[in-house]
Design a binder for this molecule. Structure first.
Ligand code: SF4
Length: 433
């Protein structure tokens, strides 16, 4: 989708933070080229296996979901769109009554649903449909068998990964209270199950635990939270969820994000330090994983080393990706655009970025396209809408959304992550022969 939205801070140069402290951050405002937060439903509905996502939106929202879901439409998908018709928009019908009817029918037909998310959209926001009141009303009616929550996936002023942040933040008040102050680790951010299982094994080998995950695989088994909860963010776009967890007494463990061998090691180390794990045990528990990651990365280094890369702001993964690609594979980030730059959560990442990289927060797509065309990078990371035109101009692109859909965290995914960047370059070289 194309949104004429504006970022939340004024345009201009501002001092950077962390190790990139000397690098000014360019703040831009203008037209943006991003998907909206509804996109998150595609990976969240696969992760939370007893939840259903009901978008309260328009036909456009339904089309977005269907095309984003692509081949993954099952016979009984766990997401749908309740279409707001013109007569709702004109205030001729009681949208709340219609919503109640749709939800009642859905819950009768789908007894497997334990949690229902009412997901707001641009149209529901425009007609000021109060989905939080609707969720309360419907929760009362259907509890205890179904809990009804709400969050917004609207494209007004948001980018697509904010949908996950809004969804997880909506889950936090539902998490049971942890009695006492016993220490536990909460890993926050939707991870592929294979990645989650690897981290479970690594934390067990380290002696860090108990370990829980948000979101949990079943909405009916949300992890407990309390004063003893320490949390690691697995994704860099979860500012709202982190705030909600802190409000419940949990404390954030600052760390880089678990991308690549270095990022994964630093992320695990941050938790190990909180648990007072000694260096010897840490090395023993991580040595094999580190070795596998380094060997897998070596396969891609020749392709990526020295290649320039340009990031359009899209997924909010841009800063950790740039750090990984520059430090572990020798790529040269020219410009790192990100929709929002959370200085605190990204402090460790910023400290590891090459000083020459230009940092941009927000987007003015025309200005950024001009800079990209002038720089002629070897690789451009951008949204789907920009990729085809840039390819037609002879630039090699990588869709940023693919990086959110793919398992990329942890030691055993480091090689796959490098491969996602190497493949388009190899393909172009072949085409040019
Ligand atoms: S929520 Fe807004 S931006 Fe997203 S598909 Fe619906 S109308 Fe488009």
């Amino acid at each position: 989708m194309t949104h004429p939205g504006a970022p939340r801070e004024p345009e201009g140069m501002a001092p950077g933070a962390g190790g990139c402290a000397d690098t000014p951050i360019l703040r831009e405002r203008g037209q943006r080229e991003v998907f909206c937060g509804l996109t998150g439903i595609i990976w969240l509905h696969r992760k939370i296996q007893d939840a259903f996502f009901l978008v309260v939106g328009s036909r456009t929202c339904a089309h977005l979901l269907q095309s984003a879901a692509g081949v993954m439409i099952f016979a009984e998908p766990r997401f749908a769109t309740a279409i707001i018709e013109e007569r709702d928009l004109a205030g001729l019908a009681d949208a709340n009554e219609e919503l109640d009817r749709v939800v009642t029918r859905l819950i009768q037909r789908r007894p497997d649903i334990r949690m229902l998310f009412l997901v707001g959209s641009c149209p529901s926001e425009v007609i000021k449909l109060d989905l939080s009141r609707a969720a309360q009303r419907l929760s009362q009616r259907f509890s205890p068998s179904v809990r009804v929550l709400n969050y917004s996936g609207s494209g007004i002023e948001t980018t697509f990964t904010e949908g996950e942040d809004a969804c997880l933040a909506a889950l936090v008040p539902e998490m049971p209270a942890e009695p006492g102050t016993a220490r536990s680790l909460l890993v926050v951010g939707a991870l592929a199950e294979v990645v989650e299982d690897q981290f479970i094994r690594l934390f067990a080998a380290l002696g860090v635990g108990p370990v829980r995950f948000l979101p949990s695989r079943r909405a009916s088994e949300l992890p407990a939270v309390g004063e003893g909860t320490r949390f690691l963010l697995a994704q860099p776009f979860l500012a709202g969820t982190a705030r909600a967890l802190e409000a419940r007494g949990a404390r954030h463990i600052p760390a880089p994000f678990p991308l690549g061998e270095e990022g994964t090691t630093a992320w695990l180390r941050a938790a190990a330090e909180v648990w007072g794990i000694g260096e010897e045990r840490f090395s023993q528990a991580t040595a094999q994983g580190r070795e596998r990651a380094r060997a897998a990365l070596a396969n891609h280094r020749a392709t990526l080393d020295g290649k320039s890369i340009f990031f359009f702001p899209d997924s909010q993964l841009e800063v950790p990706l740039a750090r990984f690609l520059s430090r572990e594979l020798g790529m040269k980030p020219i410009e790192i655009g990100t929709p929002y730059l959370h200085r605190q959560h990204l402090a460790h990442e910023l400290a590891l970025l090459p000083a020459a990289a230009k940092l941009v927060e927000g987007q003015h797509v025309d200005k950024q396209l001009d800079r990209c065309r002038e720089a002629r990078p070897d690789m451009t990371v951008c949204g789907l809408g920009l990729a085809n035109p840039l390819e037609a101009e002879g630039l090699t692109t990588k869709w940023s959304i693919e990086l959110v859909f793919s398992p990329i965290q942890g030691y055993d995914q480091a090689g796959d992550l490098a491969g996602l960047f190497a493949r388009p370059l190899v393909r172009r070289e072949k085409l040019m022969v």
